[in-house]
Design a protein around this ligand. Sequence first.
Ligand SMILES: O=C(O)C(=O)C[C@]1(C(=O)O)C=C[C@@H](O)C=C1
Length: 391
Amino acid sequence: MGVPMEYIMKRRKTMNPELNNIRESLNEIDDEMLSLLKKRQKLSESIYRAKKGTLAPIYMLQQENQKIAALDDIDDDIRNVGKPFLKTVMRLSREKQYHMARKDDPYWKLGLQILQSQKERPSILTIATQGNTGSYSYKAAKNLHPDSAIITFPTFESACTQVIEGNVDAAVLPLENSTAGTVDEVYGLLDSNKLYITETTGIEIRHHLMGVKGSSLESIETVISHPQALAQCSSFIQSMGWKTEISGNTAFAAKEVQKRNSLLMAAIGSEEAARNNGLELIMSEISNVVHNQTRFVLLSALPYIAEDANTCSLVIRLAHEPGSLSALLSLFSDRDISLSRILSRPVPKKPWEYTFHIDCNMSPTDESALDLLYQLEQETLYMHIIGWYKE
Ligand SMILES: O=C(O)C(=O)C[C@]1(C(=O)O)C=C[C@@H](O)C=C1
């Protein structure tokens, strides 16, 4: 029989009285600090009330910098820990003030837009995808809305244009693959801010090698597919020493092989792509990893937010300053909001400046989520919600 944990803990406590005493003292100091913090937060409420109605902003950067700079004159030991400590308490003070300001502002535009977006789910009768019927996007669209009519377009951009122009209800596009990473072009299209992610689905990707009748591993010299599919099967391709050719998607690759009708060429794609183009499977499942998934998103022109939404996708631009990203991340962690993805993309025409795509787990009914958005609007150069959906 094992020794009960409680007994071990008790023994530990009595075995080292010196350690216990120090811990007791630490606890006392923590209690004192917490009670001071409580007092400080009360003062933050008062400072907010004093600022209310004046044009004074909540974030007084100069004020904060002065306080931090004043620490330069004190001894090393306390300066180094004092700076992050003061930054934290001032940030908590701002968070309190933003919460009060949001509550006081019934006309907060983004808050009203969020409320308006929580309407009934719009019906999705027509969906645009890129590629043709054998593509994984087609499969993902069917997965999400089995009864919808799916119309295929040659590029991601043309599928999005159809949604923006109101010719279809939504587009389904791949956003991220578990092996090859993000689909940068789709992220670029999301940056245009005309579309919203309203649903997502994960599709298990099984890549197969296919060719015309008579082709074999020995006869092939070149493989054709979408760059993501080629990347996802790179180990096998390299081991065979094949050349690669790029196509718009896996279904187009299969079509191209059928058209060229050559034993020297094979395509990488789904079983459907082989079937639809009369090709034979030369080898099944050639991906680098067994569980190869792609996350697809349904994009709508209307910013619909589901009642049970738990993931919010944000695009944020920050000032190009040291510490700006870590300060941003603290605004999430202070509120216990976890991030499921973070991605940086270069800002066009602005070398070394970045846009951050952040997915975080929060519900539109959470007060802390609204506080966060309110604060982000004030403290970042730019913030936009590109979707709030159930994942
Ligand atoms: O001095 C202010 O205006 C405050 O709101 C107080 C305070 C602080 O907590 O010290 C908080 C936020 C400001 O950015 C600067 C300082």
